[in-house]
Design a protein around this ligand. Structure first.
Ligand code: NAP
Length: 246
């Protein structure tokens, strides 16, 4: 595994789920970590504690990624503390499923504000504040390659993340920054498991070739590779992380 010593990584939504695993795995590979959270202060502080106990450095910063002023403050606090940010992982996200005919304005706006505007807010900050030769990894989803009823708004938000990422890769490449999306399939976290029956979980897990749910660790290892210098020539790509589901 590559060595990320001397690199500083900011992971949005890393108090829980996939983001927490990405934070811990980047730290195991030598990176110093900014753990961002919206509301789960205690969970974020536990991730920080675990990283420090394992010999790396970390701080937790509260910021709602959908709010420009929060994201500006988060970057400035991270740079004031660690001196720079080299790796940005846009992981914060919400999934609120509904048939389009039943969806409220609130359900639409919440997903667009966190999943899309959140990524836009961080990319805009990164355009001047991410270090030269940095890396950006944005969490999209395999649902952009499927047609599941009730996933219309969520999958539209994740398709927008892909296109923002591809265009930003071209816009920021002159500074040596590469930008990619990772597209997890069903992964065992609150976001996926909440509200689903055992039967539905088993059915969705069986849509991939390995007949199991993805784990946060499956995803974190891919993010670590994409954050490494070895992955520099990969940019503007949408990388499925779904065990041959789609
Ligand atoms: P999760 O377990 O629900 O965790 C979501 C994380 O995002 C939490 O740390 C949460 O922090 C944070 N967050 C939510 N709203 C935020 C906001 N406005 N500002 C900052 N942070 C915010 O979700 P997950 O399953 O790990 O998903 C992580 C990413 O992978 C998401 O982008 C998701 O769409 C994508 N994904 C997941 C799956 C899956 O099957 N799990 C599949 C494909 C893609 P707080 O607790 O502090 O609110």
């Amino acid at each position: 595994m590559s060595n990320l010593k001397e690199k500083v990584a900011l992971i949005t939504g890393s108090s829980r789920g996939i983001g927490a695993e990405i934070a811990k795995t980047l730290a195991k590979n030598g990176a110093k970590i900014v753990v961002n959270y919206a509301g789960s202060k205690e969970a974020a502080e536990n991730v920080v504690k675990e990283i420090i106990q394992n010999g790396s450095e970390a701080i937790a910063i509260q910021a709602d990624v959908s709010r420009k002023e929060d994201v500006t403050r988060m970057f400035d606090q991270a740079i004031a503390y660690f001196g720079k940010v080299d790796i940005l992982v846009n992981n914060a996200g919400v999934m609120l499923n509904s048939l389009i005919k039943d969806a409220t304005d609130d359900l639409f706006e919440k997903q667009m504000n966190i999943n899309v505007k959140g990524v836009f807010n961080t990319l805009r900050e990164a355009s001047t504040k991410l270090a030269d030769n940095g890396s950006i990894i944005n969490l999209s989803s395999t649902v952009t390659r499927t047609i599941f009823p009730t996933y219309g708004i969520y999958s539209a938000s994740k398709a927008a993340v892909q296109q923002l990422s591809r265009v930003f890769a071209k816009e920021t490449g002159s500074r040596g920054i590469n930008v990619n999306c990772v597209l997890p399939g069903p992964t065992g976290t609150d976001l996926f498991l909440k509200g689903k029956s055992e039967e539905l979980i088993t059915q969705l897990a069986s849509t991939n070739a390995f007949k199991r749910l993805g784990t946060p660790d499956d995803i974190a290892k891919i993010v670590v590779f994409l954050a490494s210098d070895e992955a520099k020539w990969i940019s503007a790509q949408n990388i499925g992380a779904n065990g041959a589901m789609a």
